[in-house]
Design a protein around this ligand. Structure first.
Ligand SMILES: Cc1cc2nc3c(=O)[nH]c(=O)nc-3n(C[C@H](O)[C@H](O)[C@H](O)COP(=O)(O)O)c2cc1C
Length: 591
């Protein structure tokens, strides 16, 4: 089958972080060059990263040679070493740019230096973005859905590599395209269907190992564009059979394709029900705007509210106007004080399309030259808009705390949007069933979690009563955590947390404290007596009667809660005489 079958691992600055490059044949005349970034942590590039990541590029050798995407700049030397092992870069005819985010396009300038004649195939928007990125002339062909490129037949394999393109705007940048090779039935999707998961496995052999990361990645990057996902799926459905989805991050999808595609379909359908949505505006390629907007959008999605991310640079005037006008809430970033005329035009359209019934909120894009956030907030307030949350300010380079604050603000907004529905759902339960369910009783606990990442630390806490022992060996328990809880972000598979068991004689003050409505990003432990460094997962409350140090093993998705199964790694009882506080309820539609 494959004409290329070499594999190389090039270590790169191991003292800083583990980086390596892997090259494997994936189909006839086709290889992947995968840049493995083992230690890239979730707060480095976007909040959805836990197990490192990979940046995958692909080389297809028909009669003509095409490269799909490059890599992150930090792989500059090692990626080119491996590429040159496969092909002389001057012999590459086309570079297909799936989208222009720097982790895939970071080496385009270097490639153009080596091969100035290479033709860049990309969407029209991507070619515009690229012109700003590489600052040099290049040959390009702008393509859209249905356009084709014939790479001809490889004389050795006899396989013709006929590429067909699909526009997939907003997955996850506005400039995204997919490429389908009819010769190998491979669909190249870059960010879509990807996951941040670094391992030597080129393919998705182990479904269970990667499924949580696949889900998390969808939630963070694709969920806010669920409508665009559905549009892209419609286009994919029209393609001939697909053997492999060659993604830009993580293992390529081959062995469980139907499951992965059905997941995307189901999740996106679930997230596109109803007409009400929040529009979260951002500016691609501007400061931290992209990642900050994603954090807000992710928070909104956690509260089961719909969200639409809108790139103010790349959305056409008519679409922008209707998306803003029909939204129930609009979230706006600060924009550059010296905007070009196109951006000024978009901002004008945005402001004109707002209506007074909408909720509104602003956030700092941290772009360096932004208009002051207060001026923007005042301008919007003067239009009579109600604020969904206080302006989100960013005073220093965004870190994990910033992303947490933005996510929590998004959740507050999502809850506001869904308030009426949530109350109606609670009231809709059959009366007798409601009372019977209310006889289910639990203890009272405070779940705490904290995670340190270089200079920043995220922490959170919540009162819980839906806690139950779930295994003897190893000792394990479950906690049901509502999908819109702040602490949910710190309870992914592999994360640690602490269950603080409350004492029936002194639980009231702790209950009152932790049930307060905390503003986004607030320190929930302020004024509370805590013991640090006793448990690995988070703070131990000095007034708790016992604690259990837990590690998340599995997450089962329920309709409104995640059932989190955790292994208890250690525990301690501070007061052997006291009893656990018990929570008796009258009805089952409240905790
Ligand atoms: C008695 C009681 C028990 C609760 N048990 C749970 C629980 O088991 N799971 C859960 O997700 N929320 C539970 N809650 C709700 C949260 O503790 C609380 O609303 C939450 O801290 C606020 O949401 P936030 O942390 O996302 O801001 C309970 C609330 C009360 C009053």
């Amino acid at each position: 089958m494959a004409a290329i079958n070499s594999s190389a691992t090039v270590p790169n600055s191991p003292e800083i972080s583990r980086l390596s490059v892997q090259c494997e044949a994936i189909a006839t005349d086709t290889c992947t060059i995968r840049s493995l970034d083992w230690d890239r942590s979730r707060f480095d590039i976007e909040f959805g990263l836990r197990n490192g990541t990979t940046y995958n590029s692909f080389l297809i050798q028909g009669a003509k040679k095409a490269l799909i995407d490059t890599s992150h700049i930090k792989f500059q030397k090692s990626w080119f070493d491996v590429l040159k092992h496969q092909i002389n870069p001057t012999k590459i005819d086309y570079l297909i740019v799936s989208h222009t985010e720097p982790d895939h396009s970071g080496l385009i300038s270097d490639l153009l230096n080596l091969n100035p004649k290479i033709k860049i195939i990309a969407s029209k928007v991507a070619i515009q973005f690229l012109a700003n990125q590489v600052h040099r002339p290049f040959e390009s062909i702008a393509i859209k859905t249905g356009d084709k490129l014939d790479l001809g037949t490889n004389p050795l394999s006899g396989v013709q590599h006929h590429l067909e393109f699909i526009s997939a705007p907003n997955l996850h940048w506005p400039d995204t395209i997919f490429s389908y090779d009819h010769g190998t039935e491979t669909l190249y999707t870059c960010d879509a269907f990807g996951l941040h998961y670094c391992s030597n496995d080129v393919f998705d052999n182990n479904h269970n190992a990667i499924a949580p990361d696949f889900r998390f990645y969808y939630e963070c990057l694709m969920g806010p564009n669920a409508r665009s996902v559905l549009q892209a799926l419609k286009r994919i459905d029209k393609l001939p059979p697909i053997k492999t989805i060659a993604v830009g991050h993580g293992p390529l999808l081959r062995y469980h394709l139907d499951l992965w595609i059905n997941d995307y379909r189901k999740w996106s359908n679930d997230r596109s029900k109803g007409e009400r949505y929040a529009a979260v505006c951002y500016l691609s390629q501007y400061g931290f705007c992209d990642r900050l907007s994603q954090a807000i959008a992710h928070g909104i999605g956690k509260a089961n509210a719909q969200v639409q991310l809108i790139d103010l640079r790349a959305t056409d005037a008519q679409e922008l106007s209707s998306l803003i006008n029909e939204a129930q809430a609009v979230v706006v970033p600060t924009w550059p004080s010296k905007s070009n005329s196109e951006l000024q035009n978009s901002i004008g359209i945005l402001l004109a399309a707002l209506n007074q019934k909408q909720l509104i909120a602003v956030y700092d894009a941290f772009g360096g030259n932004d208009e002051p956030i207060d001026a923007l907030a005042n301008q919007l307030r003067s239009l009579g808009q109600k604020e969904a949350f206080s302006p989100l300010r960013v005073k220093q380079t965004p870190d994990s705390n910033t992303f947490q604050e933005f996510e929590e603000a998004g959740t507050d907004l999502g809850q506001l949007l869904n308030k009426k529905e949530s109350i109606a759902t609670m009231k809709s339960m059959d009366n007798e069933l409601d009372k019977a369910l209310g006889r289910i009783t639990g203890g009272l606990y405070v779940v705490t979690a904290s995670q340190k990442k270089e200079h920043s630390k995220r922490s959170s806490a919540m009162i819980a009563s839906w806690v139950s022992q779930a295994s003897f060996n190893p000792p394990g328990l479950t906690v049901a955590v509502a999908k819109d809880r702040a602490i949910e972000a710190l309870m992914q598979v592999g994360d640690q947390f602490v269950i603080n068991v409350l004492n029936e004689n002194n639980y009231q003050p702790l209950l009152r404290h932790f049930l307060k409505r905390f503003p986004p990003g607030a320190d929930r432990f302020s004024g509370i007596n805590i013991l640090e460094n006793v448990a690995k997962g988070g703070p131990v409350l000095a007034d708790a009667l016992a604690f259990l140090d837990c590690r998340v093993e599995k997450r089962l998705e329920g309709p409104d809660h995640w059932i989190i199964y955790a292994i208890v790694e250690q525990g301690n009882v501070a007061n052997a005489e006291a009893n656990t506080a018990v929570h008796f309820r009258k009805v089952g539609n409240h905790y």
